[in-house]
Design a protein around this ligand. Structure first.
Ligand code: BG6
Length: 485
């Protein structure tokens, strides 16, 4: 890999994401020698700060959130890369000041006009800032330019299309890096090459051997302090349209012959095109939505969703979603993919479980009782690892018992999602970013669900905080003689 000298402009530099994820990610890249030799980092925020104060804020963020301890050596060199600029997205002077600062630093550090813009801002500002960058001339540069945008990318199919059109006025599609931090999780990145690097599994990972695939992304946290956004978005926009559908694509993907970002994206698009549309009339058979009630998390009582600060007391918003999906292509035809996500579930767990068909026949003298299906499990978070569940005969009882072969990684040694993704954006590798077509097809797939949720034509099941989700989600699998792992 090579990186080129560049300017990194961060909109929202005083926000939470910058503090918790982006500064630590840049610092860890710096420690690994992965930042370009010359990089100018410009942070923007609404309030005034001197460069010194801003640099000390960056330093505190590193001390609190960096996965590796801050080292005295090199710290000043790292912090000296940062400058701050007070910025108001609706004010022309702000763009002019920013333009001057970018330009001055480019001259000072002898950086060619390579510019990466990171928008970690409220959704309504994305459009405004990109047009501002265009009109002020900041995005007309002699080098390359790239734009990183955070989710949400629109709030439905129509608004996503509008947003995309507006971004396209200033940036070409290949210059837009739509970040989905799930694509940066090391174990998700592993999915892509797992089959390639492990030929013994190649012949097993298809519809003849697999009974079903289960994708789970559950959390113990509730709505936290984000009611304003979440009560409008719900689990479907917050997790399903982006993270869960990306996990479906990454699981169903077979490595293309040419391992380029373009080929991988093409495959992901083909998968989304083969994703069977949800039948609006039979939605209840395939989809479960839920909302948490009061309960206990780790033995501590917590309030129900409607009692959360900032949530409408009669809210019908979904905090849980589960569904049965089919990908109608030769590899996956007939195999159900079950997906689920929920807030205030008893355990935090993001994982993909591949359940193999279990057609063991009972033979005399070898009772098959206790034989469970073989499972291949990708643990994505909080633990990272791969395990294989097999059946072993217990010699004393002569009964089969499931045993697990585990490989797990130590998370502290693993780069964080934002670190991997920022590095990719810096070097111009878009493989693990969502391209427009994938995003558009994801919105298109969930659009009938958004409408059904809006019209309340689908039951909203309740579940106690700390449980595994609504009973209806269990019934979804039981109807096919399966259960959630
Ligand atoms: C974010 C959602 O994208 O992902 C949050 O907006 C959610 O609501 C979070 O909590 C989960 O991410 P992770 O990495 O903790 O699984």
């Amino acid at each position: 890999w090579t990186t080129q000298d560049m300017t990194f402009v961060l909109f929202g530099a005083t926000g939470d994401l910058a503090k918790r994820k982006l500064f630590p990610a840049l610092y860890n890249l710096f420690l690994d020698g992965k930042l370009p030799d010359s990089i100018s980092i410009i942070g923007l925020g609404r309030n005034y700060f001197s460069d010194d104060i801003f640099q000390s804020k960056v330093e505190s963020a590193l001390r609190e959130y960096s996965r590796r301890a801050v080292q005295t050596t090199g710290l000043n060199e790292f912090l000296a890369k940062f400058r701050y600029c007070k910025f108001d997205a609706t004010d022309n002077d702000s763009y002019q000041n920013l333009h001057e600062l970018i330009h001055d630093r480019e001259i000072e550090l002898n950086i060619p006009g390579n510019r990466l813009f990171y928008l970690s801002v409220a959704p309504q500002l994305v459009d405004i800032i990109t047009s501002g960058l265009n009109q002020s001339g900041i995005s007309q540069t002699s080098g390359w330019k790239r734009l990183i945008v955070e989710k949400p990318f629109g709030s439905d199919l129509k608004t996503a299309r509008q947003l995309n059109e507006s971004l396209n006025n200033a940036f070409n599609d290949e210059e837009i890096y739509r970040i989905d931090h799930y694509l940066g999780k090391p174990m998700v990145q592993n999915l892509e090459s797992f089959e390639f690097a492990n030929p013994i599994f190649g012949s097993l990972l298809d519809h003849k051997r697999i009974a079903n695939i289960q994708i789970t992304a559950c959390e113990t946290v509730g709505v936290e302090t984000r009611a304003d956004y979440y009560d409008q978005a719900g689990a479907i926009r917050d997790m399903v349209q982006n993270h869960l559908l990306q996990l479906v694509m990454m699981t169903a993907l077979h490595l293309p012959e040419k391992m380029t970002a373009e080929e991988i994206r093409k495959q992901k698009v083909t998968i989304m095109e083969s994703l069977r549309p949800i039948n609006k009339d039979k939605m209840e058979q395939d989809v479960v939505r839920g909302q948490y009630e009061a309960g206990e998390i780790f033995d501590t009582p917590v309030v129900g969703y409607k009692e959360e600060p900032g949530v409408n007391a009669s809210s019908m918003n979904d905090t849980y979603f589960a569904a049965r999906l089919y990908i109608d292509n030769p590899s996956w035809s007939g195999i159900p993919f079950y997906i689920r996500t929920g807030k205030r579930i008893g355990t935090k767990s993001t994982k993909i479980v591949i359940e193999f068909t279990n057609n063991v026949k009972q033979i005399d003298a070898l009772p098959a009782d206790g034989i469970t299906p073989n499972l291949l499990i990708f643990e994505i978070s909080p633990n990272e690892g791969i395990s294989l569940v097999i059946n072993m005969k217990n010699p004393s009882s002569n009964q089969f018992e499931p045993a697990s072969i585990n490989f797990s990684t130590n998370s502290e040694d693993q780069p964080e999602a934002y670190e991997l993704l920022l590095f990719d954006a810096i070097r111009g590798n878009a493989t693990f970013f969502a391209n427009w077509k994938e995003v558009e097809l994801s919105w298109q797939w969930i659009q009938p669900l958004l409408e059904a949720f809006q019209e309340n034509t689908l039951p909203l099941h309740s579940y106690p905080a700390g449980s595994n989700g609504p009973e209806a989600a269990n019934q979804l699998l039981q109807a096919d003689q399966f259960n959630w792992w």
